[in-house]
Design a protein around this ligand. Sequence first.
Ligand code: G4P
Length: 559
Amino acid sequence: MTSSEELADSSTSREAAGDSSQAARKGLPAEVARRRTFAVISHPDAGKSTLTEALALHARMISEAGAIHGKAGRKSTVSDWMEMEKARGISVSSTALQFNYRAAGSDIDHVINLVDTPGHSDFSEDTYRVLTAVDAAVMLIDAAKGLEPQTLKLFQVCRHRGIPVITVINKWDRPGQAPLELLDEISERIGLTPTPLFLPVGIAGDFRGLLRRGPEGEAEEYIHFTRTAGGATIAPEESLTPDEAEAREGEAWATAAEESELLSATGQDHDQEMFLAGQTSPVIYASAMLNFGVRQLLETLVALAPAPGPRADVNGTARATTDPFSAVIFKVQAGMDTAHRDRLAFMRIVSGEFERGMVVTHAQTGRPFATKYALTVFGRDRTTVDTAYPGDVVGLVNATALAPGHTLYVDKKVEFPPIPSFAPEHFAVLRAQSAGKYKQFRKAIDQLDSEGVVQVLRNDARGDASPVLAAVGPMQFEVVTARMLGEYNVETHLDFLPYTIARRTDAASADELGRQRGVEVFTRSDGVLLALFSDKWRLQYIEKEMPKMTLEPLVAAAD
Ligand code: G4P
């Protein structure tokens, strides 16, 4: 089904539902059907924070973009919280923004859950965890820069997890590449067929509006945008017929209409099944800063992105959204707010209705867990959640036993597959500067370990006083030392180790491997034995000379 058919289909079915839609909205299936849970994936600086703010503006959560932190402070918008993040212009934390959105002509308030992902590649393990919690992704591309390394990596994660991707080509208000050139880059470099729903009218740098494409590439509508001062408020839209558009925009319209036909000739029209199968990606051209194309993105999410669906448990059995309550923990974070030094575990609800106060079972320990304090968190804002449904993200306060990948459920036991740890590539010994702080140091290590901030490795030879930290990206170490000082008042220093590769080994191989030069064996806190190698030549040599040793690759960050 094509995009416009899909849009038309959903609006007619809504009309047909008439009065009964009010009743149909009640109940779990209707709550699930009106939810859309997604993340924005992008290379830093593509405009993720600006887009988040533009979405909040369209959902009327804020009245002016830039009002929260001031125009100059757009870098630290609603989703940023840590000093280090602000200083470096990165976002480490993962939280969720929930808002209602009523599409044009609809009588249903959709519930949109935008789950924030860390911007920097050093936190790719975190990002992977977040992407286990969403049903769709918006791939945000800077029109002038095209595909960038982090976009590519994150896209691979989406492909790996079978997450459908909507592409937004941002910053069309600035000079950039030709529209079709960018699309070629997407299909050539990532093997995804881009199927624009809207094409820009006006070249990059002269963004006048969007041409809405019909099912077979015919120009259906021209949406003309008017700029507002500094892009602070929603850009007024005017809808024109193709003839009116031709008369008003002349060449710019004719070019866009021609491009649309060219795309159809190469089969680049939206196909819902192929989109859901991860073979095609609907494309929207936009300017997050001017709020052009932002409403179109919301309408697309509502019309095309999948509602929460069933999830396979460890036995491969599908857990339907209408089954009793279950949820997956995908993120644990402490000290998010210096005024509340608590620990929050974020769960994505998989099935059933969540009611605050309900007692659920923690699958990993079999223990009951009382959900008295349940919150939504976005930036510094915290709101108590009384009821939530599949697709929603809820933060549970002081959930000390919960770790990423854990399952919560009611009634019959269910357990979802664990989230894989990534192969670390950076290793360092962490030491407390003062021996007097040892108790706090230990407590902090355990805390940061269970949150998944870094992996913690130990072996008998090194003892327990100075554990080895293992990270996918070195910035994870900075988070550790900053939080050690900020939250636990422990000054630490790192001694980097000359290892670059980790392999999973077993008890039978550990002793002998540990005796080899350039190799050291550790136990990770989840009990996995890891052999560390200085470089790939050392690893290849050992593999050749000692073929009986167990040396299994771990999930690589770039997989
Ligand atoms: P990020 O979260 O993906 O890292 O990106 P962010 O939103 O912080 O945007 C990065 C820069 O790109 C910012 O500029 C922002 O204003 C700009 N930007 C975002 N979307 C658009 C757009 O649609 N058009 C244009 N022209 N620029 C856009 P900055 O100079 O770093 O900050 P600022 O002083 O402009 O706020």
